[in-house]
Design a protein around this ligand. Structure first.
Ligand code: HEC
Length: 110
């Protein structure tokens, strides 16, 4: 069973890197992407569903619920980013409220 799970996650490779223009990001979303790549990507995949050190955030706002079951809205996501949750550290010392808004704008494109 474990080998099957490994095989399944193993074949999901990351798609080639796309530029902000190719993704059709507006300036705010592009700022958010740069911040996301710096602070979030090492734990949260954006364009594939496989988990990393945290759950993938692909399509995060297209679903009704966040992985924890909390409602998938900006308010709740901002709270998680600023205050942290379980194994995820808080970012309130590194990100301004404006930067969190930019990250959320980007997350809406996933
Ligand atoms: C060191 C790894 C790590 C980093 C860096 C990290 N996270 Fe997380 N994140 C996690 C883990 C682990 C969870 C699952 C927490 C849990 O529910 O136990 C999580 C959960 C989440 C959730 C879902 C919360 C819920 O209610 O289900 C969101 C949204 C999220 N992270 C966004 C972000 C954003 C945006 C960033 C960058 C600013 C970020 N994370 C950086 C590890 C990380």
């Amino acid at each position: 069973m474990l080998s099957l799970a490994l095989a399944l996650t193993g074949c999901e490779s990351r798609p080639p890197y796309k530029s902000d223009a190719e993704l059709g990001l507006n300036p705010q979303q592009a700022r958010g992407r740069a911040l996301y790549d710096t602070y979030c990507l090492r734990c949260h995949e954006a364009y594939i569903s496989g988990g990393r050190n945290g759950p993938s955030l692909m399509g995060v706002f297209k679903k009704k619920e966040l992985p924890s079951g909390a409602p998938a809205n900006d308010e709740r996501a901002a709270e998680v980013i600023l205050r942290g949750r379980a194994k995820m550290a808080a970012f309130s010392d590194r990100l301004s409220v404006e930067q969190v808004q930019d990250i959320l704008a980007y997350m809406h494109t996933l």
